[in-house]
Design a protein. Sequence first.
Lengths: 266, 256
Amino acid sequence: MAHVSLPIAPRRFGETKRTDAWWIQPAVIFLLFSTFIVYSTWAALQGNHYTYGPYLSPFYSPELFGDSAHAWFGPRPGWWPSWLLFSPAILILWAPGGFRFTCYYYRGAYYKAFWADPPNCAVGEPRSSYRGERHFPLILQNVHRFFLYFAILFLVILLRDVWDAMWFTDATGHRTFGIGVGTLVLAVNVTLLGGYTLGCHSLRHMVGGILDRIAERPVRQAVYDCSSCLNRNHMQWARLSLVMVMFADLYIRLCSLGVWTDWRLI
Amino acid sequence: MSAATFRIWRGERGDGRFEDYPTTVSEGMVVLDAVHRIQSEQANDLACRWNCKAGKCGSCSAEINGKPRLMCMTRLNELDLAKPVTIEPMRAFPHVRDLVTDVSWNFRVKQKIQPFTPCAPQAADGTWRMQQRDVDRVQEFRKCIECFLCQDVCHVLRDHNRHDSFVGPRFLVHVAALEMHPLDTADRMAELREADGIGYCNITKCCTTVCPEGIAITDNAIIPLKERVVDRFYDPLKALVRLMRRETRDERRETS
Ligand code: SF4
Ligand code: SF4
Ligand code: FES
Ligand code: FES
């Protein structure tokens, strides 16, 4: 009989008896999230090419102050310090950013992929100390529900953007109804964001999870069931909507730069 | 019949080593069958715990190729038999011998959780009424067979040894089954936050992945409990509403 010695003791970083390629999943998530962070930061700081025709990039919506026709309150405000870089996106991106950052799915995913806590299930960790979400700073993740309130508001605004993306202005200044590929891109984007936001654990809790008796409340039951149904695939909604929101910005940016042509379907 | 090698951890009280056991296997066998064959043919003193061989007693938990699983529910055709299959005891509990660990910590933890506290009987004959819809949620949690695989894989216990301050996913499922029960009246929020240490869970979902009963531990038990803890301790708006309600109640009491 061959002997292989291995004591039952705390494992070293990355040590495991798992035989599958356990590192692929955190590596893919690391790449995906890093790509998003780099791209969204870059796009948000550009401050230009975020509109094309009736389309407004979701990174820039709502455009509170800005130079495009979508701006709610006109151009860059006078009180904005001149030395500080201005972009309509940085005024609002904290809300969807905070929403995703404190989302239960993302938390679990980035604790693994970015912090190796753990690198993957049943794989040794780099640190022995651990505070979890019990202490500062991660106890602040509990603010998630407040970001949810903003996220719901943003969802309504993005729906409105899809509506606006159906009204094209022609050469004579007339607004006509139409659908372009960009309209579809924005519509798919808001659908995926809707699937993500409405399946949020905090929302699911608020609409029904909080109750121990729901049988006699048919409306709450129906809403809770809908939210639970979306919640079952919360991870997929989270990932797909992340990719789509990035693509929607890229689409509008490349159309605005003249690299891509936006096809009018109707 | 084909050949396969099982690399089994042998030893006592944490001290030991892997030993390779080549044996023959046939179609339909599970890992526990192979262990039994090795026990009868090559290693009569190999210690392993089992009982039902049907995935229902939760005794045969071990780590197979590094993943916490029930030996009786792991079919050999799911494994790559070209390489030795490793079988180790669970790592989150004190080791006793070979594949056996001492899981008694779990039973002590359970005793500390406030038990089911039903409301007063709702019918004249001293019985209660519940709607199926209201117990659906709780029934998922009651499928638990106490195999403790979720406890074993949870890094808070496995890697960080927080056995003194974190009850682990199994008992968060247990608390969820009590807290969400339509007839239960006990309030376990303070204990969830303090003694049970729910904040230590960082929702990495490893427990859900290994549960042989398919309980959505993280999504249906832990996160909803975390949300209830937020309601009670970390939501200033809720605190305000609670305060106002209390004041109106007091005012009403005074005027009456
Ligand atoms: S989700 Fe929480 S309880 Fe489950 S394994 Fe991860 S840290 Fe442990
Ligand atoms: S919750 Fe699942 S994994 Fe955990 S002890 Fe129960 S059956 Fe086993
Ligand atoms: S839990 Fe993911 S969005 Fe709220
Ligand atoms: S022997 Fe009962 S669960 Fe495996």
